[in-house]
Design a protein around this ligand. Structure first.
Ligand code: HEC
Length: 124
C-alpha cells in the first residue's frame, strides 16, 4: 500500500513537472503583454482623466472597449479639440500610442444596467 502511494505520488510529480511549464508559459506570456500595455497607458497619464480601465469619468470620456478607429484615435491624441492636453510624437511615440490602443481594445465591456439587479430596480 505504502509502495503504491509512493509510486502514485511520483507519477503525479512527473505529470505536473511536464504539464506545468507549458500551461504556465502560455498564460504569463499573454498576461505580461497586457501588463505592459497597461503600464504604457498609466505612464502617459491617460488614466488620470479616463480612468484605469478607460471607463471614463467627469474628467474625460469613456475610451474602452471600443475606442475611435485607430487613425482617428491617433489624430485626436495629437490634436485634441477642447480640454484634453495634446501629446506630440516627441513626447508619446506612435508605437506607445498603438500599445495604448491595444490596451483599450482588450478591456471588457461594461455590464448592461438591466443585468445589475440593484441598478435595474432603481430605474423603475
Ligand atoms: C487632463 C485630462 C486628460 C488626459 C491626461 C488625457 N485625456 Fe483624453 N480626453 C480628455 C477630455 C476632457 C476629452 C474630451 C474632449 C476634450 O475636451 O478634448 C478627451 C478625449 C479623448 C479622446 C477622444 C474620445 C472620443 O471618443 O471622442 C481620445 C481618443 C483620448 N482622449 C485619448 C487619450 C489618451 C490616449 C490619453 C493618454 C495619452 C489621454 N486621452 C489623456 C481628457 C484627458
Amino acid at each position: 500500500m505504502f509502495y503504491q502511494l509512493k509510486m502514485f505520488s511520483r507519477f503525479l510529480f512527473i505529470a505536473f513537472a511536464c504539464i506545468a511549464p507549458v500551461s504556465c508559459n502560455a498564460q504569463t506570456g499573454d498576461a505580461k503583454q497586457k501588463d505592459s500595455q497597461r503600464a504604457v497607458f498609466v505612464k502617459y497619464g491617460c488614466y488620470e482623466c479616463h480612468g484605469y480601465e478607460g471607463q471614463g469619468a467627469e474628467t474625460g470620456p469613456r475610451l474602452a472597449p471600443d475606442p475611435l478607429p485607430l487613425e482617428a484615435f491617433m489624430y485626436y491624441v495629437r490634436h485634441p479639440a477642447r480640454r484634453m492636453p495634446p501629446y506630440a510624437p516627441s513626447v508619446l511615440p506612435d508605437e506607445d500610442l498603438e500599445e495604448i490602443y491595444q490596451y483599450l481594445l482588450s478591456r471588457s465591456a461594461a455590464q448592461a444596467v438591466d443585468d445589475i439587479p440593484l441598478l435595474a430596480a432603481r430605474k423603475e
